[in-house]
Design a protein around this ligand. Structure first.
Ligand code: CP
Length: 315
Protein backbone atom coordinates (compact mmCIF):
# COMPACT_ATOMS: atom_id res chain seq x y z
CA UNK A 1 0.00 0.00 0.00
CA UNK A 2 1.57 3.28 -1.17
CA UNK A 3 -1.07 5.64 0.25
CA UNK A 4 -4.27 5.16 2.28
CA UNK A 5 -6.76 7.44 0.54
CA UNK A 6 -9.74 5.10 0.26
CA UNK A 7 -10.60 1.67 1.67
CA UNK A 8 -9.80 0.25 -1.78
CA UNK A 9 -6.11 1.07 -1.12
CA UNK A 10 -5.97 -1.66 1.51
CA UNK A 11 -4.42 -4.78 -0.02
CA UNK A 12 -6.83 -6.90 2.05
CA UNK A 13 -9.74 -5.30 3.93
CA UNK A 14 -10.57 -8.41 5.98
CA UNK A 15 -6.96 -8.82 7.04
CA UNK A 16 -6.79 -5.16 8.12
CA UNK A 17 -10.02 -5.58 10.07
CA UNK A 18 -8.63 -8.66 11.86
CA UNK A 19 -5.37 -6.82 12.54
CA UNK A 20 -7.28 -3.90 14.12
CA UNK A 21 -9.28 -6.29 16.34
CA UNK A 22 -6.03 -8.02 17.41
CA UNK A 23 -4.33 -4.68 18.14
CA UNK A 24 -7.21 -3.75 20.43
CA UNK A 25 -6.38 -6.77 22.64
CA UNK A 26 -2.80 -5.56 23.17
CA UNK A 27 -2.48 -2.00 21.87
CA UNK A 28 1.22 -1.54 22.67
CA UNK A 29 2.41 -4.96 21.44
CA UNK A 30 4.20 -3.27 18.50
CA UNK A 31 5.33 -0.15 20.36
CA UNK A 32 8.80 -0.19 18.84
CA UNK A 33 7.76 -0.71 15.19
CA UNK A 34 7.63 3.06 14.67
CA UNK A 35 10.78 3.98 16.59
CA UNK A 36 12.37 7.06 15.04
CA UNK A 37 9.41 7.63 12.70
CA UNK A 38 7.23 10.75 12.52
CA UNK A 39 3.63 11.15 11.42
CA UNK A 40 2.69 14.64 10.20
CA UNK A 41 -0.98 15.49 10.70
CA UNK A 42 -2.31 18.37 8.60
CA UNK A 43 -5.78 19.69 9.37
CA UNK A 44 -7.62 21.94 6.93
CA UNK A 45 -10.79 21.40 9.07
CA UNK A 46 -11.65 20.81 12.74
CA UNK A 47 -11.58 17.43 14.47
CA UNK A 48 -11.85 15.81 17.88
CA UNK A 49 -11.90 12.03 17.32
CA UNK A 50 -9.72 11.80 14.23
CA UNK A 51 -7.00 13.97 15.68
CA UNK A 52 -6.79 12.31 19.08
CA UNK A 53 -7.36 8.70 17.97
CA UNK A 54 -4.77 8.94 15.19
CA UNK A 55 -2.26 10.46 17.59
CA UNK A 56 -3.04 7.73 20.10
CA UNK A 57 -2.61 5.08 17.38
CA UNK A 58 0.77 6.53 16.41
CA UNK A 59 1.83 6.66 20.06
CA UNK A 60 0.88 2.99 20.54
CA UNK A 61 3.29 2.13 17.69
CA UNK A 62 6.10 4.33 18.98
CA UNK A 63 5.58 6.93 16.22
CA UNK A 64 6.03 10.64 17.00
CA UNK A 65 3.39 13.06 15.71
CA UNK A 66 3.53 16.65 14.49
CA UNK A 67 0.16 18.38 14.15
CA UNK A 68 -0.53 21.51 12.13
CA UNK A 69 -3.79 23.34 11.54
CA UNK A 70 -3.37 24.37 7.93
CA UNK A 71 -6.56 26.42 7.95
CA UNK A 72 -5.12 29.12 10.21
CA UNK A 73 -1.45 28.35 10.95
CA UNK A 74 0.12 27.57 7.57
CA UNK A 75 0.53 29.64 4.40
CA UNK A 76 -2.56 29.41 2.20
CA UNK A 77 -1.83 26.79 -0.45
CA UNK A 78 -2.16 27.01 -4.23
CA UNK A 79 -3.15 23.76 -5.93
CA UNK A 80 -3.51 24.86 -9.58
CA UNK A 81 -0.63 24.25 -11.96
CA UNK A 82 0.90 27.13 -13.87
CA UNK A 83 -0.90 29.92 -12.00
CA UNK A 84 0.66 33.34 -11.44
CA UNK A 85 0.42 33.42 -7.65
CA UNK A 86 -0.48 37.09 -7.21
CA UNK A 87 -3.45 36.46 -4.88
CA UNK A 88 -3.84 35.32 -1.29
CA UNK A 89 -2.24 31.90 -1.78
CA UNK A 90 1.42 32.15 -0.77
CA UNK A 91 2.78 28.63 -1.18
CA UNK A 92 2.30 25.97 -3.84
CA UNK A 93 1.46 22.40 -2.84
CA UNK A 94 4.51 21.28 -4.87
CA UNK A 95 6.86 22.88 -2.34
CA UNK A 96 4.65 22.31 0.73
CA UNK A 97 4.31 18.55 0.11
CA UNK A 98 8.03 18.18 -0.64
CA UNK A 99 9.00 20.14 2.47
CA UNK A 100 6.65 18.22 4.79
CA UNK A 101 8.01 14.95 3.35
CA UNK A 102 11.47 15.86 4.65
CA UNK A 103 10.23 16.10 8.24
CA UNK A 104 7.74 13.21 8.25
CA UNK A 105 7.70 9.54 7.31
CA UNK A 106 3.93 9.58 6.74
CA UNK A 107 1.51 12.48 6.32
CA UNK A 108 -2.16 12.33 7.37
CA UNK A 109 -4.49 14.98 5.97
CA UNK A 110 -8.01 16.19 6.69
CA UNK A 111 -9.56 18.31 3.93
CA UNK A 112 -13.36 18.42 3.66
CA UNK A 113 -15.51 19.01 0.59
CA UNK A 114 -16.28 22.60 -0.37
CA UNK A 115 -19.85 21.51 -1.25
CA UNK A 116 -19.91 24.30 -3.83
CA UNK A 117 -18.09 22.60 -6.73
CA UNK A 118 -18.86 18.90 -7.21
CA UNK A 119 -16.23 18.42 -9.90
CA UNK A 120 -13.45 19.92 -7.78
CA UNK A 121 -14.55 18.02 -4.67
CA UNK A 122 -14.60 14.74 -6.58
CA UNK A 123 -11.12 15.46 -7.93
CA UNK A 124 -9.90 15.37 -4.30
CA UNK A 125 -7.51 18.23 -5.06
CA UNK A 126 -5.84 18.42 -1.63
CA UNK A 127 -5.25 14.69 -1.01
CA UNK A 128 -4.36 13.88 -4.63
CA UNK A 129 -1.89 16.76 -4.93
CA UNK A 130 -0.18 15.86 -1.67
CA UNK A 131 0.01 12.26 -2.88
CA UNK A 132 1.49 13.49 -6.17
CA UNK A 133 4.15 15.78 -4.71
CA UNK A 134 4.99 14.11 -1.38
CA UNK A 135 7.66 11.42 -1.21
CA UNK A 136 6.03 9.66 1.75
CA UNK A 137 2.67 7.87 2.22
CA UNK A 138 -0.47 10.03 2.52
CA UNK A 139 -3.26 8.98 4.88
CA UNK A 140 -6.84 10.21 4.52
CA UNK A 141 -8.26 11.61 7.78
CA UNK A 142 -11.48 12.59 5.88
CA UNK A 143 -11.38 14.08 2.46
CA UNK A 144 -14.02 15.56 0.19
CA UNK A 145 -15.53 12.19 -0.68
CA UNK A 146 -14.22 9.61 1.80
CA UNK A 147 -13.59 8.93 5.47
CA UNK A 148 -11.97 5.48 5.32
CA UNK A 149 -10.61 5.45 8.90
CA UNK A 150 -14.20 5.96 10.10
CA UNK A 151 -15.42 3.20 7.77
CA UNK A 152 -12.83 0.78 9.12
CA UNK A 153 -13.66 1.69 12.74
CA UNK A 154 -17.35 1.10 11.97
CA UNK A 155 -16.50 -2.34 10.57
CA UNK A 156 -14.73 -3.18 13.84
CA UNK A 157 -17.77 -2.01 15.84
CA UNK A 158 -20.24 -4.03 13.77
CA UNK A 159 -18.02 -7.14 13.94
CA UNK A 160 -17.75 -6.83 17.73
CA UNK A 161 -21.50 -6.41 18.28
CA UNK A 162 -23.11 -8.65 15.66
CA UNK A 163 -24.91 -11.63 17.13
CA UNK A 164 -25.87 -13.27 13.85
CA UNK A 165 -23.78 -14.15 10.78
CA UNK A 166 -25.66 -11.84 8.41
CA UNK A 167 -27.12 -8.86 10.28
CA UNK A 168 -29.46 -6.31 8.73
CA UNK A 169 -27.67 -2.96 8.59
CA UNK A 170 -29.49 0.26 7.72
CA UNK A 171 -27.71 3.50 6.82
CA UNK A 172 -30.33 6.18 7.25
CA UNK A 173 -30.12 9.84 6.31
CA UNK A 174 -31.05 12.08 9.26
CA UNK A 175 -31.72 15.82 9.47
CA UNK A 176 -29.12 18.52 10.15
CA UNK A 177 -29.27 22.31 9.96
CA UNK A 178 -25.97 22.60 8.06
CA UNK A 179 -24.96 21.17 4.69
CA UNK A 180 -22.71 18.22 5.49
CA UNK A 181 -20.47 16.23 3.12
CA UNK A 182 -21.04 12.71 1.81
CA UNK A 183 -17.68 11.31 2.97
CA UNK A 184 -18.94 9.26 5.95
CA UNK A 185 -21.94 7.86 4.06
CA UNK A 186 -19.71 7.01 1.10
CA UNK A 187 -17.08 5.18 3.16
CA UNK A 188 -19.68 3.36 5.27
CA UNK A 189 -21.31 2.17 2.04
CA UNK A 190 -17.96 1.10 0.55
CA UNK A 191 -17.07 -0.68 3.78
CA UNK A 192 -20.37 -2.61 3.81
CA UNK A 193 -19.40 -4.14 0.44
CA UNK A 194 -16.75 -6.14 2.35
CA UNK A 195 -19.16 -7.31 5.09
CA UNK A 196 -21.60 -10.22 5.23
CA UNK A 197 -24.83 -8.27 5.81
CA UNK A 198 -28.19 -7.26 4.37
CA UNK A 199 -27.43 -3.60 3.78
CA UNK A 200 -30.03 -0.96 2.96
CA UNK A 201 -29.73 2.81 2.57
CA UNK A 202 -32.77 4.93 3.47
CA UNK A 203 -32.95 8.58 2.44
CA UNK A 204 -35.64 11.10 1.55
CA UNK A 205 -36.29 12.03 -2.10
CA UNK A 206 -33.44 14.16 -3.43
CA UNK A 207 -30.82 12.79 -1.02
CA UNK A 208 -29.47 9.80 -2.98
CA UNK A 209 -25.72 9.37 -2.56
CA UNK A 210 -23.44 9.23 -5.60
CA UNK A 211 -25.00 6.44 -7.72
CA UNK A 212 -21.52 5.11 -8.56
CA UNK A 213 -21.00 4.40 -4.86
CA UNK A 214 -24.44 2.89 -4.23
CA UNK A 215 -24.42 0.72 -7.39
CA UNK A 216 -26.00 -2.65 -6.55
CA UNK A 217 -27.21 -1.52 -3.09
CA UNK A 218 -30.89 -1.36 -2.11
CA UNK A 219 -31.86 2.30 -1.56
CA UNK A 220 -35.35 3.22 -0.30
CA UNK A 221 -37.19 6.42 0.59
CA UNK A 222 -39.34 4.94 3.40
CA UNK A 223 -37.28 5.12 6.61
CA UNK A 224 -39.71 3.20 8.83
CA UNK A 225 -39.98 0.30 6.35
CA UNK A 226 -36.17 0.15 6.19
CA UNK A 227 -35.80 0.11 9.98
CA UNK A 228 -38.06 -2.93 10.46
CA UNK A 229 -35.97 -5.81 11.82
CA UNK A 230 -32.67 -3.90 11.61
CA UNK A 231 -29.78 -5.15 13.76
CA UNK A 232 -27.76 -1.95 13.24
CA UNK A 233 -29.00 1.55 12.43
CA UNK A 234 -26.36 4.01 11.27
CA UNK A 235 -27.68 7.57 11.16
CA UNK A 236 -25.90 10.26 9.18
CA UNK A 237 -26.78 13.48 7.49
CA UNK A 238 -25.48 14.49 4.10
CA UNK A 239 -26.52 17.29 1.78
CA UNK A 240 -28.08 16.65 -1.61
CA UNK A 241 -25.66 15.07 -4.09
CA UNK A 242 -27.83 15.73 -7.14
CA UNK A 243 -28.52 19.38 -6.19
CA UNK A 244 -24.97 19.51 -4.95
CA UNK A 245 -24.49 21.07 -1.52
CA UNK A 246 -28.17 21.97 -1.05
CA UNK A 247 -30.33 21.36 2.03
CA UNK A 248 -33.72 20.31 0.66
CA UNK A 249 -35.63 19.96 3.95
CA UNK A 250 -35.28 21.14 7.55
CA UNK A 251 -38.13 19.21 9.26
CA UNK A 252 -37.48 16.47 11.82
CA UNK A 253 -39.48 13.68 10.19
CA UNK A 254 -36.30 11.63 9.64
CA UNK A 255 -34.85 12.20 13.15
CA UNK A 256 -34.10 8.88 14.90
CA UNK A 257 -36.41 8.43 17.88
CA UNK A 258 -36.95 5.66 20.43
CA UNK A 259 -40.29 4.88 18.77
CA UNK A 260 -38.50 4.29 15.46
CA UNK A 261 -35.81 2.17 17.13
CA UNK A 262 -38.63 -0.05 18.45
CA UNK A 263 -39.26 -1.11 14.85
CA UNK A 264 -35.81 -2.71 14.79
CA UNK A 265 -34.60 -6.09 16.04
CA UNK A 266 -33.38 -4.53 19.30
CA UNK A 267 -31.10 -2.67 16.89
CA UNK A 268 -27.83 -1.02 17.83
CA UNK A 269 -27.55 2.67 17.07
CA UNK A 270 -24.46 4.04 15.34
CA UNK A 271 -23.21 7.51 14.39
CA UNK A 272 -19.67 8.73 13.66
CA UNK A 273 -19.99 11.80 15.93
CA UNK A 274 -20.16 14.72 16.44
CA UNK A 275 -23.96 14.48 16.64
CA UNK A 276 -26.56 17.17 17.25
CA UNK A 277 -28.88 15.82 19.92
CA UNK A 278 -32.63 16.00 19.24
CA UNK A 279 -31.89 16.97 15.63
CA UNK A 280 -30.18 13.87 14.20
CA UNK A 281 -31.27 11.52 17.02
CA UNK A 282 -33.29 11.97 20.19
CA UNK A 283 -31.64 11.91 23.62
CA UNK A 284 -33.33 8.57 24.36
CA UNK A 285 -31.62 6.93 21.37
CA UNK A 286 -28.16 8.26 22.24
CA UNK A 287 -28.50 7.49 25.95
CA UNK A 288 -29.84 3.97 25.36
CA UNK A 289 -27.61 0.96 26.15
CA UNK A 290 -28.02 0.10 22.45
CA UNK A 291 -26.09 3.17 21.38
CA UNK A 292 -22.60 2.28 20.09
CA UNK A 293 -21.40 5.82 19.37
CA UNK A 294 -18.72 5.89 22.08
CA UNK A 295 -17.50 2.41 21.11
CA UNK A 296 -17.19 3.60 17.50
CA UNK A 297 -14.94 6.46 18.59
CA UNK A 298 -12.87 4.04 20.69
CA UNK A 299 -12.37 1.88 17.61
CA UNK A 300 -11.02 4.84 15.64
CA UNK A 301 -7.70 4.26 17.46
CA UNK A 302 -7.39 0.64 16.34
CA UNK A 303 -8.50 1.40 12.78
CA UNK A 304 -5.78 4.05 12.51
CA UNK A 305 -3.27 1.77 14.23
CA UNK A 306 -3.89 -1.09 11.77
CA UNK A 307 -3.37 1.28 8.83
CA UNK A 308 -0.24 2.94 10.27
CA UNK A 309 1.23 -0.47 11.13
CA UNK A 310 0.79 -1.67 7.53
CA UNK A 311 2.43 1.47 6.16
CA UNK A 312 5.33 1.07 8.60
CA UNK A 313 5.72 -2.60 7.68
CA UNK A 314 5.80 -1.58 4.00
CA UNK A 315 8.87 0.46 4.89
N1 CP B 1 -15.99 11.08 13.35
C1 CP B 1 -15.02 12.00 13.19
O1 CP B 1 -14.28 12.02 12.20
O2 CP B 1 -14.92 12.88 14.23
P1 CP B 1 -14.05 14.22 14.20
O3 CP B 1 -14.62 15.10 13.10
O4 CP B 1 -14.23 14.84 15.56
O5 CP B 1 -12.64 13.87 13.91
Amino acid sequence: MKHFITLADLPDFKETLSSAIELKKDATKFDSIGKGKTLGMLFFNPSLRTRLSTQKAAQNLGVHTMVMNFSNEAWALEFEDGTRMSGLRSEHVKEAAAVVSQYCDMVAIRAFASLTDKEKDEAEIVLKNFAKYASVPIINMESATAHPLQGLADAITITEHQTIHRPKVVLTWAPHPKALPHAVGNSFTKMMNYMEADFIIAHPEGYALNPEITKGIKCVTNQEEALKGADFVYAKNWCSYEQYGQILRTDDEWMLTQEKMELTNNGKFMHCLPIRRNIVAADGVLDSPNSLVIKQSENRTYAAQAVLKQLLENG
